[in-house]
Write a protein that binds this ligand. Structure first.
Ligand code: NAD
Length: 276
């Protein structure tokens, strides 16, 4: 059911849109009557998305770290939809590791995807929108930029960079283009749920004032609002969606459960993707 003003008929491109928050956002914009394309590097996720959201205009293969791939997918999306009005920079990765163990390759990988990727897509979007009457660019940050979380130094730095990039873009691109960032806390994506035991989920929920994780659809709703005409006077800001988590002091109290799965120091030695 359409709920936000001005989204019907809007042409929307979502990076990392083949799973999790991005896929929920694609679904929400379709429900609002928008024309939606997705860009993602993961072939299996793209295939799954194509089956679950057959009304998508297109699903492009591109890695946001490659300027050439981004430019070519962006041009194809413009050709396919006849232009682009809204871009959602959502693609992101994280690796859990101690600061002293981060390799230069890991550091570059995380910064390249999470920050340089936003620059690549954001610049292509800005150039296109400035020539074609404006638009909206939304970038995905994280509560990791707002409060401190150990074991994700590269991820935290990348998301802090996304916030500052958002502010700079908003100031330079106004009034034609509005640019804002969304900073989610714990989001229960299908992948994240699969990583939790029921006990782990309950423990993390216990640290969030609203007593649960965000659902991907709730983050999608914030993207929809910020892209809509209801948010026509909003630019240059960061919107936190975290169930009150970063308003509370107690997550730091035990010194252990800072993230979904890093529960003890020894867990931290295991490096694998996880989101927050
Ligand atoms: P996800 O892994 O479910 O989805 C991320 C998507 O991005 C995947 O489809 C992946 O293939 C794609 N992707 C990754 N690197 C890419 C690249 N280089 N080029 C193109 N596509 C790429 O993750 P998610 O939890 O939905 O996270 C989405 C965004 O939200 C990320 O930026 C993440 O940092 C942020 N975030 C997530 C949470 C959370 O709890 N899930 C919390 C805060 C912020």
């Amino acid at each position: 059911m359409a709920e936000m003003r001005g989204l019907a008929g809007k042409r929307v491109l979502i990076t990392g849109g083949a799973s999790g928050i991005g896929a929920a956002t694609a679904e929400r914009f379709l429900a609002e009557g928008a024309d939606v394309s997705v860009l993602d590097r993961d072939a299996r996720a793209r295939e799954r998305l194509g089956k679950s959201l057959p009304r998508l205009s297109a699903i492009f293969r591109a890695d946001v770290t490659s300027l050439a791939e981004v430019q070519s997918a962006f041009d194809e999306a413009v050709a396919k939809m006849g232009g682009i009005d809204v871009v959602i920079n959502n693609a992101g990765i994280s690796i859990r590791h101690r600061f002293v163990d981060i390799t230069p390759e890991e550091w570059n990988r995380v910064l390249n995807v999470n920050l340089t990727g936003v620059f690549h897509v954001g610049q292509a979007a800005a150039r296109h929108m400035l020539e074609h009457g404006g638009g909206v660019i939304l970038n995905t940050a994280s509560t990791n930029r707002i409060v401190g979380y150990p074991f994700y130094a590269d991820y935290n730095a990348s998301k802090a960079g996304v916030i500052e990039l958002t502010r700079s873009m908003a100031l330079e691109l106004a009034p034609a283009i509005r640019v804002n960032a969304v900073a989610p806390g714990y989001v229960l994506t299908p992948m994240q749920r699969a990583e939790y035991t029921d006990e782990m989920l309950a423990e993390v929920n216990g640290k969030i004032p609203l007593g649960r994780h965000a659902m991907p659809e709730e983050v999608a709703a914030l993207f929809a609002f910020l892209a809509s005409d209801d948010a026509a006077f909003i630019t240059g800001h960061v919107y936190t969606i975290d169930g009150g988590e970063t308003r509370a002091a107690w997550p730091a109290a035990d010194g252990k459960c800072w993230s979904s799965t890093a529960r003890t120091e020894s867990d931290v030695m295991t490096s694998h993707p996880a989101w927050f």
